[in-house]
Design a protein. Sequence first.
Length: 375
Amino acid sequence: MTPRTSRKKVKKVSKVVLGEKTRKEIFESPEAIKNTFQSQQDNIISISKAIVERKPSRVFLLGSGTSYHAGVVGAYVLNKLTNILAVPVQASEFVEFVGNSISKNDVVVTYSQSGESTDTLVALRYAKSKGALIIGITNTPGSSLTVESNYSIVTMAGVEESVVATKTFQAQLAVTFLLAVSIARELGSIGEADYNAIVNELTNTPNVLASELPNWEKKTKEVALKFKNIHDVFVLGFGEGYALALEAGLKLKEASLTHSETFSVAEFRHGPMSLVTKGVGVLMVTPSSQERLEFAEKLAKELKEKKATMVSISQENLGFKSKVSDFELKFPKINPFLAPIYQVAIVQLLAYNLALARKINPDSPRHLTKVVKLG
Protein backbone atom coordinates (compact mmCIF):
# COMPACT_ATOMS: atom_id res chain seq x y z
CA MET A 1 0.00 0.00 0.00
CA THR A 2 1.44 3.35 -1.04
CA PRO A 3 1.83 5.67 1.97
CA ARG A 4 -0.13 8.92 1.72
CA THR A 5 1.89 12.08 1.65
CA SER A 6 0.48 15.14 3.30
CA ARG A 7 0.16 18.27 1.25
CA LYS A 8 0.27 21.56 3.02
CA LYS A 9 -1.59 24.39 1.41
CA VAL A 10 0.78 27.17 0.52
CA LYS A 11 -0.70 30.62 0.79
CA LYS A 12 0.03 32.81 -2.15
CA VAL A 13 1.56 36.10 -1.09
CA SER A 14 0.69 38.86 -3.48
CA LYS A 15 3.62 40.99 -4.49
CA VAL A 16 3.46 44.58 -3.27
CA VAL A 17 3.94 47.02 -6.12
CA LEU A 18 5.29 50.27 -4.71
CA GLY A 19 2.92 53.16 -5.32
CA GLU A 20 0.43 51.08 -7.32
CA LYS A 21 -2.61 52.72 -5.71
CA THR A 22 -1.15 56.22 -5.76
CA ARG A 23 -0.32 56.06 -9.46
CA LYS A 24 -3.70 54.55 -10.33
CA GLU A 25 -5.53 57.31 -8.48
CA ILE A 26 -3.45 60.09 -10.03
CA PHE A 27 -4.44 58.77 -13.43
CA GLU A 28 -8.08 58.63 -12.32
CA SER A 29 -8.07 62.39 -11.65
CA PRO A 30 -9.53 63.37 -15.05
CA GLU A 31 -12.53 61.11 -14.49
CA ALA A 32 -12.90 62.40 -10.91
CA ILE A 33 -13.08 66.00 -12.13
CA LYS A 34 -15.43 65.15 -14.99
CA ASN A 35 -17.84 63.15 -12.83
CA THR A 36 -17.83 65.78 -10.09
CA PHE A 37 -18.51 68.58 -12.53
CA GLN A 38 -21.38 66.75 -14.22
CA SER A 39 -22.91 65.67 -10.92
CA GLN A 40 -22.56 68.85 -8.88
CA GLN A 41 -22.78 71.81 -11.28
CA ASP A 42 -26.47 72.56 -10.70
CA ASN A 43 -26.09 72.01 -6.95
CA ILE A 44 -23.13 74.39 -6.78
CA ILE A 45 -24.96 77.11 -8.71
CA SER A 46 -27.89 76.77 -6.29
CA ILE A 47 -25.55 76.99 -3.28
CA SER A 48 -23.82 80.07 -4.70
CA LYS A 49 -27.19 81.81 -4.84
CA ALA A 50 -27.88 80.89 -1.20
CA ILE A 51 -24.50 82.31 -0.20
CA VAL A 52 -25.04 85.60 -2.04
CA GLU A 53 -28.57 85.94 -0.59
CA ARG A 54 -26.97 85.74 2.86
CA LYS A 55 -24.91 88.88 2.05
CA PRO A 56 -21.89 87.59 3.96
CA SER A 57 -19.17 89.90 5.19
CA ARG A 58 -16.65 87.04 5.31
CA VAL A 59 -16.14 83.52 4.01
CA PHE A 60 -13.93 81.19 6.02
CA LEU A 61 -12.54 78.09 4.32
CA LEU A 62 -11.53 75.30 6.70
CA GLY A 63 -9.79 71.95 6.41
CA SER A 64 -6.80 69.91 7.52
CA GLY A 65 -3.80 68.85 5.46
CA THR A 66 -4.60 68.61 1.77
CA SER A 67 -8.19 69.73 2.38
CA TYR A 68 -6.91 72.93 4.00
CA HIS A 69 -4.85 73.62 0.88
CA ALA A 70 -8.00 73.36 -1.25
CA GLY A 71 -9.38 76.09 0.99
CA VAL A 72 -6.29 78.25 0.44
CA VAL A 73 -6.82 77.98 -3.31
CA GLY A 74 -10.49 78.83 -2.86
CA ALA A 75 -9.72 81.88 -0.73
CA TYR A 76 -7.29 83.17 -3.33
CA VAL A 77 -9.82 82.88 -6.17
CA LEU A 78 -12.70 84.36 -4.15
CA ASN A 79 -10.58 87.32 -3.09
CA LYS A 80 -9.54 87.93 -6.70
CA LEU A 81 -13.04 87.63 -8.19
CA THR A 82 -15.26 89.17 -5.50
CA ASN A 83 -15.26 91.86 -2.80
CA ILE A 84 -16.04 89.34 -0.05
CA LEU A 85 -13.17 88.75 2.34
CA ALA A 86 -12.21 85.07 2.06
CA VAL A 87 -9.95 83.63 4.76
CA PRO A 88 -8.42 80.13 4.84
CA VAL A 89 -7.98 78.72 8.35
CA GLN A 90 -6.68 75.36 9.53
CA ALA A 91 -9.65 73.59 11.08
CA SER A 92 -7.75 72.82 14.28
CA GLU A 93 -7.06 76.53 14.88
CA PHE A 94 -10.40 77.98 13.78
CA VAL A 95 -12.06 78.34 17.19
CA GLU A 96 -8.88 79.69 18.80
CA PHE A 97 -8.10 82.30 16.15
CA VAL A 98 -11.50 83.58 14.96
CA GLY A 99 -14.10 81.87 17.14
CA ASN A 100 -15.19 84.93 19.12
CA SER A 101 -16.00 86.94 16.00
CA ILE A 102 -18.08 84.34 14.14
CA SER A 103 -21.70 85.37 13.52
CA LYS A 104 -24.71 84.79 11.29
CA ASN A 105 -23.11 87.17 8.78
CA ASP A 106 -20.37 84.63 8.00
CA VAL A 107 -20.20 81.69 5.64
CA VAL A 108 -17.97 78.75 6.59
CA VAL A 109 -16.88 76.33 3.86
CA THR A 110 -15.55 73.09 5.33
CA TYR A 111 -13.44 70.55 3.44
CA SER A 112 -12.93 66.91 4.47
CA GLN A 113 -12.39 64.03 2.09
CA SER A 114 -13.82 61.53 4.56
CA GLY A 115 -16.35 63.89 6.09
CA GLU A 116 -15.30 62.58 9.50
CA SER A 117 -12.17 64.58 10.39
CA THR A 118 -12.48 65.48 14.08
CA ASP A 119 -10.90 68.94 13.83
CA THR A 120 -13.14 69.92 10.91
CA LEU A 121 -16.32 68.70 12.60
CA VAL A 122 -15.48 70.53 15.84
CA ALA A 123 -14.98 73.76 13.89
CA LEU A 124 -18.16 73.19 11.88
CA ARG A 125 -20.28 72.66 15.00
CA TYR A 126 -18.87 75.75 16.67
CA ALA A 127 -19.52 77.96 13.62
CA LYS A 128 -23.02 76.55 13.24
CA SER A 129 -23.79 77.28 16.90
CA LYS A 130 -22.91 80.92 16.19
CA GLY A 131 -25.38 81.07 13.29
CA ALA A 132 -22.91 80.90 10.38
CA LEU A 133 -24.02 79.31 7.11
CA ILE A 134 -22.15 76.01 6.68
CA ILE A 135 -21.13 74.54 3.31
CA GLY A 136 -19.61 71.05 3.49
CA ILE A 137 -17.39 69.66 0.73
CA THR A 138 -16.56 65.96 1.00
CA ASN A 139 -15.97 62.81 -1.04
CA THR A 140 -18.19 60.72 1.24
CA PRO A 141 -21.97 60.86 0.88
CA GLY A 142 -23.84 60.33 4.14
CA SER A 143 -20.84 61.39 6.23
CA SER A 144 -21.16 63.59 9.32
CA LEU A 145 -20.07 66.58 7.26
CA THR A 146 -22.97 66.20 4.82
CA VAL A 147 -25.47 65.62 7.62
CA GLU A 148 -24.40 68.58 9.76
CA SER A 149 -23.85 71.19 7.01
CA ASN A 150 -26.60 73.50 5.79
CA TYR A 151 -25.57 72.63 2.24
CA SER A 152 -23.24 69.91 1.03
CA ILE A 153 -21.25 69.25 -2.13
CA VAL A 154 -20.16 65.65 -2.68
CA THR A 155 -17.18 65.18 -4.97
CA MET A 156 -17.39 62.12 -7.22
CA ALA A 157 -13.78 60.95 -7.09
CA GLY A 158 -14.66 57.42 -6.07
CA VAL A 159 -12.87 55.43 -3.38
CA GLU A 160 -9.32 56.60 -2.71
CA GLU A 161 -7.22 53.83 -1.15
CA SER A 162 -3.81 55.47 -1.01
CA VAL A 163 -3.23 57.45 2.17
CA VAL A 164 -1.77 60.21 -0.02
CA ALA A 165 -4.66 62.27 -1.38
CA THR A 166 -4.51 62.86 -5.14
CA LYS A 167 -7.72 62.56 -7.15
CA THR A 168 -9.87 63.74 -4.22
CA PHE A 169 -7.87 66.98 -4.11
CA GLN A 170 -8.39 67.47 -7.84
CA ALA A 171 -12.13 67.01 -7.37
CA GLN A 172 -12.08 69.48 -4.48
CA LEU A 173 -10.34 72.01 -6.73
CA ALA A 174 -12.95 71.57 -9.46
CA VAL A 175 -15.75 72.19 -6.94
CA THR A 176 -13.89 75.16 -5.44
CA PHE A 177 -13.35 76.87 -8.79
CA LEU A 178 -16.95 76.38 -9.88
CA LEU A 179 -18.28 77.65 -6.54
CA ALA A 180 -16.04 80.74 -6.64
CA VAL A 181 -16.95 81.78 -10.20
CA SER A 182 -20.63 81.07 -9.55
CA ILE A 183 -20.58 83.37 -6.50
CA ALA A 184 -18.76 86.01 -8.56
CA ARG A 185 -21.40 85.80 -11.29
CA GLU A 186 -24.25 86.06 -8.75
CA LEU A 187 -22.62 89.16 -7.27
CA GLY A 188 -22.12 90.67 -10.71
CA SER A 189 -18.37 90.99 -10.24
CA ILE A 190 -17.83 88.95 -13.41
CA GLY A 191 -20.07 88.89 -16.45
CA GLU A 192 -21.69 85.97 -18.22
CA ALA A 193 -18.99 85.88 -20.90
CA ASP A 194 -16.17 85.62 -18.34
CA TYR A 195 -18.10 83.03 -16.36
CA ASN A 196 -18.67 80.88 -19.44
CA ALA A 197 -15.03 81.18 -20.51
CA ILE A 198 -13.74 79.96 -17.13
CA VAL A 199 -16.32 77.18 -16.90
CA ASN A 200 -15.52 76.01 -20.43
CA GLU A 201 -11.82 75.85 -19.58
CA LEU A 202 -12.62 73.97 -16.38
CA THR A 203 -14.79 71.52 -18.31
CA ASN A 204 -11.88 70.82 -20.67
CA THR A 205 -9.26 70.19 -17.97
CA PRO A 206 -10.00 66.43 -17.75
CA ASN A 207 -9.19 66.03 -21.44
CA VAL A 208 -5.93 67.96 -21.11
CA LEU A 209 -4.95 66.07 -17.96
CA ALA A 210 -5.60 62.70 -19.59
CA SER A 211 -3.40 63.73 -22.51
CA GLU A 212 -0.56 65.20 -20.43
CA LEU A 213 -0.27 62.76 -17.50
CA PRO A 214 1.85 60.15 -19.37
CA ASN A 215 4.29 62.85 -20.47
CA TRP A 216 4.48 64.37 -16.98
CA GLU A 217 5.05 60.92 -15.52
CA LYS A 218 8.04 60.39 -17.78
CA LYS A 219 9.55 63.81 -17.09
CA THR A 220 9.05 63.71 -13.32
CA LYS A 221 10.69 60.28 -13.25
CA GLU A 222 13.78 61.79 -14.86
CA VAL A 223 13.79 64.59 -12.28
CA ALA A 224 13.25 62.16 -9.40
CA LEU A 225 16.27 60.06 -10.36
CA LYS A 226 18.46 63.18 -10.18
CA PHE A 227 16.70 64.47 -7.07
CA LYS A 228 16.61 61.29 -4.97
CA ASN A 229 19.69 62.12 -2.87
CA ILE A 230 18.40 65.59 -2.00
CA HIS A 231 16.56 65.42 1.31
CA ASP A 232 15.97 69.11 2.09
CA VAL A 233 13.72 71.01 -0.31
CA PHE A 234 12.28 74.52 -0.27
CA VAL A 235 9.03 74.94 -2.19
CA LEU A 236 8.32 78.48 -3.37
CA GLY A 237 5.29 80.08 -4.97
CA PHE A 238 3.27 83.27 -5.31
CA GLY A 239 -0.50 83.88 -5.49
CA GLU A 240 -2.27 80.76 -6.70
CA GLY A 241 1.21 79.24 -6.98
CA TYR A 242 1.79 79.75 -3.26
CA ALA A 243 -1.43 77.89 -2.45
CA LEU A 244 -0.23 75.05 -4.65
CA ALA A 245 3.28 75.21 -3.16
CA LEU A 246 1.77 74.41 0.25
CA GLU A 247 0.30 71.21 -1.18
CA ALA A 248 3.56 70.42 -2.98
CA GLY A 249 5.47 70.64 0.29
CA LEU A 250 3.00 68.28 1.95
CA LYS A 251 3.13 65.77 -0.90
CA LEU A 252 6.92 65.64 -0.78
CA LYS A 253 6.74 64.95 2.97
CA GLU A 254 3.97 62.36 2.80
CA ALA A 255 4.87 60.38 -0.28
CA SER A 256 8.66 60.54 -0.47
CA LEU A 257 9.63 61.37 3.15
CA THR A 258 11.41 64.51 1.96
CA HIS A 259 11.95 67.30 4.46
CA SER A 260 10.32 70.25 2.72
CA GLU A 261 9.29 73.77 3.70
CA THR A 262 7.03 76.13 1.77
CA PHE A 263 7.46 79.90 1.49
CA SER A 264 6.16 82.76 -0.61
CA VAL A 265 8.73 83.74 -3.23
CA ALA A 266 9.13 87.19 -1.66
CA GLU A 267 9.08 85.90 1.94
CA PHE A 268 11.97 83.53 1.26
CA ARG A 269 14.49 86.36 1.55
CA HIS A 270 13.40 86.97 5.15
CA GLY A 271 15.56 84.32 6.79
CA PRO A 272 15.27 80.96 4.99
CA MET A 273 17.66 82.14 2.27
CA SER A 274 20.55 81.59 4.71
CA LEU A 275 19.96 77.82 4.63
CA VAL A 276 20.53 77.43 0.89
CA THR A 277 23.76 75.57 0.11
CA LYS A 278 24.96 72.87 -2.24
CA GLY A 279 22.79 69.80 -1.81
CA VAL A 280 19.60 71.76 -1.08
CA GLY A 281 16.71 71.49 -3.55
CA VAL A 282 14.33 74.26 -4.58
CA LEU A 283 10.99 73.58 -6.26
CA MET A 284 9.51 76.81 -7.60
CA VAL A 285 5.96 77.21 -8.88
CA THR A 286 6.53 80.18 -11.15
CA PRO A 287 4.13 83.16 -10.92
CA SER A 288 1.61 83.97 -13.63
CA SER A 289 2.17 87.75 -13.53
CA GLN A 290 5.09 89.11 -15.57
CA GLU A 291 6.25 91.44 -12.78
CA ARG A 292 6.35 88.65 -10.20
CA LEU A 293 7.93 86.28 -12.73
CA GLU A 294 10.87 88.65 -13.15
CA PHE A 295 11.24 88.90 -9.38
CA ALA A 296 11.13 85.09 -9.07
CA GLU A 297 13.73 84.69 -11.82
CA LYS A 298 16.08 87.07 -10.04
CA LEU A 299 15.72 85.01 -6.85
CA ALA A 300 16.21 81.78 -8.80
CA LYS A 301 19.50 83.09 -10.20
CA GLU A 302 20.73 83.85 -6.69
CA LEU A 303 19.73 80.38 -5.50
CA LYS A 304 21.52 78.84 -8.44
CA GLU A 305 24.66 80.79 -7.55
CA LYS A 306 24.43 79.22 -4.09
CA LYS A 307 24.56 75.77 -5.75
CA ALA A 308 20.93 74.82 -5.08
CA THR A 309 19.36 72.27 -7.42
CA MET A 310 16.46 74.09 -9.10
CA VAL A 311 13.20 72.60 -10.41
CA SER A 312 10.54 74.92 -11.84
CA ILE A 313 6.88 74.27 -12.69
CA SER A 314 5.58 76.79 -15.18
CA GLN A 315 3.02 77.45 -17.87
CA GLU A 316 4.36 76.91 -21.39
CA ASN A 317 4.36 80.62 -22.22
CA LEU A 318 5.47 81.89 -18.80
CA GLY A 319 8.75 80.21 -17.96
CA PHE A 320 12.04 81.81 -17.00
CA LYS A 321 13.84 83.53 -19.87
CA SER A 322 17.27 82.45 -18.66
CA LYS A 323 18.49 78.92 -17.97
CA VAL A 324 18.35 79.04 -14.19
CA SER A 325 16.42 75.81 -13.65
CA ASP A 326 18.12 72.44 -13.70
CA PHE A 327 14.73 70.95 -14.61
CA GLU A 328 11.67 72.63 -16.12
CA LEU A 329 8.26 71.00 -15.89
CA LYS A 330 5.73 72.67 -18.19
CA PHE A 331 1.94 72.64 -18.39
CA PRO A 332 -0.40 74.00 -21.12
CA LYS A 333 -1.69 77.56 -21.15
CA ILE A 334 -4.74 78.06 -18.94
CA ASN A 335 -6.52 80.76 -16.95
CA PRO A 336 -4.22 81.37 -13.94
CA PHE A 337 -7.08 80.68 -11.51
CA LEU A 338 -7.30 77.11 -12.84
CA ALA A 339 -3.56 76.45 -13.08
CA PRO A 340 -3.41 74.48 -9.78
CA ILE A 341 -5.27 71.59 -11.44
CA TYR A 342 -2.29 71.06 -13.76
CA GLN A 343 0.41 72.11 -11.30
CA VAL A 344 -0.71 69.66 -8.64
CA ALA A 345 -0.78 66.74 -11.07
CA ILE A 346 2.90 67.41 -11.83
CA VAL A 347 3.65 67.68 -8.10
CA GLN A 348 1.84 64.43 -7.33
CA LEU A 349 3.77 62.56 -10.00
CA LEU A 350 7.06 64.07 -8.85
CA ALA A 351 6.43 62.98 -5.24
CA TYR A 352 5.32 59.54 -6.44
CA ASN A 353 8.40 59.02 -8.62
CA LEU A 354 10.71 60.36 -5.93
CA ALA A 355 9.24 57.81 -3.51
CA LEU A 356 9.87 55.00 -6.01
CA ALA A 357 13.42 56.19 -6.62
CA ARG A 358 14.01 55.82 -2.87
CA LYS A 359 12.20 52.45 -2.63
CA ILE A 360 9.43 53.99 -0.49
CA ASN A 361 5.79 52.98 -0.83
CA PRO A 362 3.70 56.18 -1.14
CA ASP A 363 0.47 54.19 -0.78
CA SER A 364 0.98 53.87 2.98
CA PRO A 365 3.46 56.40 4.41
CA ARG A 366 4.75 55.65 7.88
CA HIS A 367 2.83 57.04 10.86
CA LEU A 368 -0.05 58.30 8.69
CA THR A 369 -3.70 57.27 8.36
CA LYS A 370 -6.35 58.20 5.84
CA VAL A 371 -8.79 59.66 8.37
CA VAL A 372 -7.63 61.56 11.47
CA LYS A 373 -9.99 61.09 14.40
CA LEU A 374 -9.14 62.33 17.87
CA GLY A 375 -10.59 61.16 21.17
